[in-house]
Design a protein around this ligand. Structure first.
Ligand SMILES: Nc1ncnc2c1ncn2[C@@H]1O[C@H](COP(=O)(O)OP(=O)(O)OP(=O)(O)O)[C@@H](O)[C@H]1O
Ligand SMILES: [Mg+2]
Length: 150
């Protein structure tokens, strides 16, 4: 599924819509160049889940965590990883479990050890807006995407 997002508000709205289909255990990859809108989309997801506090980019902290009623949401940004083994060394594996949702910016930087995604979101600058392509890679991902299409 591909969509054009003319303005930041559209990216936030898509994130909020996506949030409704998230279930514990899901892994979402957020790919795209610097400034493509990955953090904005994650912010939309978090707003959709009811988070009202400021959503910071994890660019420097690598990880920001949120607890939403019984759901743990981990928002990662692996941009600063230089070697593929840094992900394993950082001890992040335990965060990818059946009780948590993981949103991952720059998954490419984590190398091949990162758990596979349920949903992949690829963003790119398109004129003054963004274009986004979303694909499902598991049954859970498929269910999430189906909700988006309604
Ligand atoms: N649909 C859109 N149209 C226009 N601008 C947008 C859109 N979505 C997001 N933006 C803007 O793009 C800029 C960069 O967004 P963001 O920080 O989310 O990118 P990013 O992909 O997370 O970058 P990085 O790789 O540096 O973490 C922000 O100023 C944001 O407001
Ligand atoms: Mg970002």
């Amino acid at each position: 599924m591909t969509r054009f997002l003319a303005a930041e508000a559209d990216t936030l709205a898509l994130g909020a819509a996506l949030a409704q289909g998230l279930r514990p255990g899901m892994v979402i990859y957020l790919s795209g160049d610097l400034g493509a809108g990955k953090t904005t989309l994650a912010r939309g997801v978090l707003r959709g889940l009811g988070i009202t506090e400021r959503v910071k980019s994890p660019t420097f902290t690598l990880l920001e965590l949120y607890t939403i009623s019984s759901l743990y949401l981990y928002h990662f940004d692996f941009y600063r990883f230089n070697r593929s083994d840094e992900w394993a060394d950082a001890g992040f594996r335990e965060y990818f479990n059946s009780e948590s949702v993981c949103l991952v910016e720059w998954p490419e930087k984590a190398g091949g050890q990162l758990p596979a995604p349920d949903v992949k979101i690829e963003m790119e600058v398109d004129g003054s807006g963004r274009s986004v392509t979303i694909s499902a890679h598991t049954e859970a991902g498929n269910n999430c995407l189906k909700r988006l299409q309604h």
